[in-house]
Design a protein around this ligand. Structure first.
Ligand SMILES: Nc1ncnc2c1ncn2[C@@H]1O[C@H](COP(=O)(O)OP(=O)(O)OP(=O)(O)O)[C@@H](O)[C@H]1O
Ligand SMILES: [Mg+2]
Length: 235
């Protein structure tokens, strides 16, 4: 498959998977990539967001190809979307199992959102094991990071034991992510319309989107996670 496939996976419910997919997708589309999103979660939140997007923004929306599939149909949906896309972002359900596995296998990177809380931490090792069983490359993305850093640093110290790359870019705990999603938009859409309360969120998503693409295409040498440990290949 020619497209870069990236899956967002985390067994814990409410970890921020769908939020990450939607905002990254629009940001890459703004940057000129042909982006597809694939919903493999039977809850279909991503599909609902996409439908609202079409209704609310119509032609003003950055175009995103959309697919939904579970089980064995995931593979054929990926094939279909990859014919017309540069990047496919896959949302997964909050559980291990057959709905997530095919996209893990074909992904050049699997993003694992982790909120700085013990509950998220405990859920992370099983999902990393599942990703590695499918011979894919996980990248932890810290999300809903509060302004106060103490718990985040404790969680980071624990995550270091999992020997998994951690994105340097992090998403803060910002109402802009939820508020824009609720109306079928993204922080990038609203930042373009000069909504000042979305600017910080749009900026951090843009930085993350660049880092994730570098990781997916192998422009960043592993392991990294601590700034000093990050090496840009060819830089
Ligand atoms: N960075 C963030 N800042 C603030 N709120 C966030 C952030 N990320 C996610 N949320 C909120 O957290 C809640 C759960 O997010 P989301 O639905 O994306 O999680 P999920 O992992 O897809 O959930 P599920 O496992 O049920 O599919 C939502 O209300 C969302 O708006
Ligand atoms: Mg979800």
């Amino acid at each position: 498959m020619a497209a870069q496939i990236m899956t967002v996976a985390q067994h814990k419910g409410g970890a921020g998977k769908t939020t990450l997919v939607a905002h990254l997708a629009v940001t890459w589309a703004e940057a000129g990539q042909r982006v597809a999103i694939l919903d493999t979660d039977p809850q279909a939140s991503l599909g609902t967001w996409h439908r609202q997007r079409q209704a609310a923004l119509g032609r003003r929306a950055q175009p995103l190809a959309y697919g939904a599939a579970t089980g064995w149909r995931v593979r054929s949906e990926l094939d279909r979307l990859s014919r017309t896309s540069d990047v496919i972002l896959v949302d997964t359900p909050p559980s291990a199992g057959p709905d997530a596995r095919p996209s893990l296998r074909f992904s050049s990177a699997v993003l694992v959102p982790v909120q700085p809380s013990p509950l998220d931490l405990w859920a992370t090792k099983p999902v990393l094991d599942e990703i590695r069983r499918e011979r894919s490359r996980p990248l932890i993305v810290l999300t809903r990071v509060p302004a106060r850093a103490r718990l985040t640093n404790e969680v980071l110290a624990e995550l270091a034991r999992l020997h998994c790359p951690i994105a340097l870019a992090r998403l803060g705990n910002r109402t802009a992510y939820a508020a824009t999603l609720a109306v079928g938009a993204s922080v990038a859409d609203w930042a373009m319309q000069d909504e000042p309360w979305c600017l910080d969120a749009a900026r951090e998503i843009k930085i993350l989107s660049d880092e994730v693409l570098d990781f997916a295409v192998g422009r960043v040498a592993e392991p990294y996670g601590a700034p000093a440990g990050r090496v840009l290949v060819g830089a």
